[in-house]
Design a binder for this molecule. Structure first.
Ligand SMILES: [Zn+2]
Length: 312
């Protein structure tokens, strides 16, 4: 696909990939930047990295929600046919970098079951992005070789504000939201490659990110408690796949059953304990929160004040 065709793509072209993606606008922005880089045959290393991180996280979450969740988890893997299991075992998709190899493998496969159809739909969407990102790599140029007039600076005065989810100082882009920044684990249950605070205005402007974070952590706690209650009655545990490893299904009566169950109980207990230690801090922060800026750099009150609980 050439740059022009890529530029015409929008959310409707990626129904599988964008099903659960919360960061839709950032994803579309990354696709736009990918197309722009191919069209101008120029991209900075930093920008290429940002695009790859965004699209990798997209592919990873789509694989999780479209393939792993409906076909592998909660014992569903065990109820698949032998050929479907062998088919799925052949795929390891943890990000954009795995898509080229996975798609090649798919092209040589003859399996046509419902599982294979979904895998094909996900990979057919992902391959467009993976190939474009691969092609873009050859156009990486040094920063001083990049044209400066093509794009107005997003944040010329380098306004830095507090991320509403990880509470670090982060540059503000697009005049209101936080620049892409690596994930800093604020609580259990947030295992993404980028901080969820990217989607929210800084803490000086709005408490929306903090409110969302506290609610998400409460939800995670509730599902952990639910799982803990059900634990004595379960007869099967599926340990999630790690990079380079298959999911392991342990059934009651299997040699590793007691160990797997004790391990899961320990994970749940420590998850709940971590949340219980963090929730009061977040709730405290939320109750003390007050708006100090109407938009980044525009104070509500006189003088430059940071919100209480924000970084000094
Ligand atoms: Zn953050």
């Amino acid at each position: 696909m050439d740059a022009l065709a890529l530029q015409k793509l929008n959310a409707a072209d990626f129904p599988r990939l964008l099903t659960v993606q919360r960061r839709r606008s950032q994803v579309l922005d990354a696709i736009g930047a990918l197309a722009g880089g191919l069209a101008s045959a120029k991209i900075s290393n930093v920008e290429l990295g940002r695009i790859r991180t965004e699209l990798s996280s997209l592919v990873e979450s789509a694989w999780e929600s479209q393939v792993m969740e409906p076909f592998l988890y909660s014992g569903r893997y065990q109820s698949l046919s032998e050929s479907d299991r062998a088919f799925l075992d052949g795929f390891r998709v943890y990000g954009l970098h795995d898509v080229l190899a996975a798609h090649r493998k798919l092209e040589s496969s003859r399996v046509n079951s419902p599982v294979a159809v979904v895998v094909r739909q996900v990979l057919d969407e992902a391959i467009v992005l993976a190939r474009a990102a691969r092609d873009l790599k050859q156009f990486v140029v040094k920063r001083n070789q990049l044209p400066t007039a093509t794009k107005p600076l997003d944040n010329p005065n380098k306004i830095v504000r507090t991320c509403a989810c990880c509470f670090r100082d982060i540059a503000v882009v697009s005049s209101r939201n936080m620049a892409h920044h690596g994930y800093a684990r604020p609580a259990p249950g947030f295992q993404t490659s980028s901080c969820p605070g990217i989607g929210f205005p800084p803490l000086e402007v709005s408490s929306a990110g903090l409110t969302w974070l506290a609610a998400s952590i409460k939800n995670t706690r509730a599902s952990l408690v639910k799982e803990k209650d059900k634990l004595p009655k379960i007869t099967q545990i599926t340990t999630p796949a790690r990079a380079g490893h298959k999911c392991v299904v342990v059934n009651i009566g299997d040699p590793g059953w007691d160990k797997a169950k004790a391990h899961r109980l320990a994970q749940i207990t420590s998850g709940i304990a971590t949340i219980d230690a963090q929730l009061p801090y977040l709730q405290d922060k939320l109750s003390q929160w007050r708006q100090t800026e109407t938009s980044p750099g525009q104070p509500v009150l006189s003088g430059k004040q940071r919100p209480p609980g924000g970084k000094p």
